[in-house]
Design a protein around this ligand. Structure first.
Ligand SMILES: [Fe+2]
Ligand SMILES: [Fe+2]
Length: 197
């Protein structure tokens, strides 16, 4: 397995065995991921309301929301091709765990966005490694899609961090250091299920 370098220096490395557990129910995994992509699009639009005075932010967040909406549609299409329905949204325990710790308003919203994107990248990469062996997933197109998502989410992680740094300066860097420890605690405490995180 090649080394993977996440876009942020995550402090917990997901074991490779996680991917096989997540792929135990690919229909549930994709359904959960569809909900995540939709929420990512909405989150980017909501953040643009709070950053309307930063000239770069509106364009960057509009592009980001567009990309997430594109991912959402394509995950839905992939599910439709497999005959897998969108299941009810059971909530994202990982994102909820992070948001429960937030205390610094917009700064934390941006940094949580960066962390979720970085963790998604790591997990998508692990799914790519495992997915090559998975019979249900129509290997080639599935793997190419995961790779595209992984690269795109890496860009989003860096975009959120750069917006946090542009708005909050050195405070953003100190707060990210604090968050990297919290994120490692939150992700490790979650059970493995057929979800990305
Ligand atoms: Fe996405
Ligand atoms: Fe993203």
């Amino acid at each position: 397995m090649n080394a993977f370098k996440p876009p942020l220096p995550l402090r917990f490395q997901t074991p490779a065995a996680w991917a096989a557990a997540a792929l135990a129910d690919p229909a549930a995994l994709l359904s959960d991921h569809a909900h995540c992509e939709k929420k990512a699009a909405l989150n980017a639009l909501n953040l643009s309301l709070s950053l309307a005075d930063l000239p770069r932010a509106s364009v960057l967040l509009a592009r980001l929301a567009e990309e997430e909406l594109n991912h959402y549609r394509r995950v839905l299409e992939l599910m439709q091709a497999q005959g897998w329905p969108l299941q009810p949204d059971t909530g994202n325990a990982y994102a909820q765990g992070l948001h429960k710790l937030a205390a610094k308003g917009l700064l934390d919203r941006l940094l949580i966005g960066a962390l979720i994107e970085a963790r998604s990248c790591e997990r998508l990469w692990l799914l790519e490694q495992e997915g090559a062996n998975h019979p249900d997933l129509g290997a080639t197109s599935w793997l190419a899609f995961l790779l595209e998502l992984e690269r795109c989410e890496a860009g989003h992680a860096l975009a959120f961090r750069s917006l946090a740094e542009e708005r909050f300066g050195a405070e953003a860097q100190a707060r990210l250091d604090w968050w990297l420890d919290r994120e490692a605690e939150v992700i490790q405490a979650l059970p493995w299920r057929s979800v990305v995180h």
